[in-house]
Design a protein around this ligand. Structure first.
Ligand code: PPS
Ligand code: ADP
Length: 201
């Protein structure tokens, strides 16, 4: 089978991106949640999703369960695999934006270059880097899946924050510090930023 991309012809959509957006009464975008394991990416992304859904915004959440068990089931946690993980998720998120949705992604996405690559694939105003900023000590105390304990015991290698890098976002579009706040307060901060950017009214 010939898989060369130069022999693949791009089909223009007959329904434009603007037309999809008009039907939905909101603009599409990616909310790219990034942060350490246990920082609250999934929790806040799902709380935001719930609030957006109540406002009849068309949404979807891409997170570890529906991606690392399926599409990216062949990838592990080496630097190379994490780069490929984020590249593929970026491509999928872009398709959701084309479809007119507000798509939230909840992956550690530890490397700045990979997050920037996704940003640069989208048009201006369509990518929001949402830094879920929780100190490592707090994440480790929460340890919702018991993974820090295993990483400290040497049972998991290359664990982010322990023996694998996390590059802190230098200028996130939305900066949420979770420590000492409720989940609802954190979600409200994201919603307020989306209102300010006129993604939703
Ligand atoms: N070595 C190592 N380092 C970090 N995390 C690990 C590791 N092994 C397994 N896990 C679990 O996998 C979840 C992170 O997957 P991601 O796809 O978000 O990682 S990455 O963006 O490719 O770095 C992460 O989920 P979250 O806790 O939701 O972040 C962990 O539960
Ligand atoms: N303000 C907060 N925002 C988000 N999560 C919080 C907050 N306070 C406590 N938590 C708890 O922290 C944990 C975060 O876990 P999770 O959302 O799975 O993180 P991640 O997806 O980043 O690995 C959950 O058990 C959640 O209830």
């Amino acid at each position: 089978m010939d898989t060369k991309s130069e022999n693949v012809v791009w089909h223009a959509h007959s329904v434009s991106r603007d037309a999809r957006s008009e039907v939905k009464q909101h603009k599409p975008c990616v909310l790219w949640f990034t942060g350490l394991s246990g920082s609250g990416k999934s929790t806040v992304a799902n709380a935001v999703d719930h609030l957006l859904h109540k406002r009849k915004v068309h949404t979807y959440v891409l997170d570890g369960d529906n991606v690392r068990h399926g599409l990216n089931g062949d990838l592990g946690f080496s630097d190379k695999d994490r780069v490929e993980n984020i590249r593929r998720i970026g491509e999928v998120a872009k398709l959701f934006v084309d479809a007119g949705l507000v798509v939230s992604t909840a992956f550690i996405s530890p490397f700045k270059a990979d997050r920037d690559l996704v940003r640069n694939q989208l048009s201006g105003g369509e990518f929001f880097e949402v830094f879920i900023d929780t100190p490592l000590a707090v994440c480790e105390q929460r340890d919702p899946k018991g993974l820090y304990k295993k990483a400290r015991a040497g049972e998991i290698k290359h664990f982010t924050g322990i023996d694998s890098a996390y590059e802190v976002p230098s200028s996130p579009d939305i900066h949420v510090e979770t420590d000492g706040k409720t989940i609802e307060e954190c979600a409200d901060e994201v919603i307020a930023a989306l209102e300010k950017s006129r993604i939703i009214s």
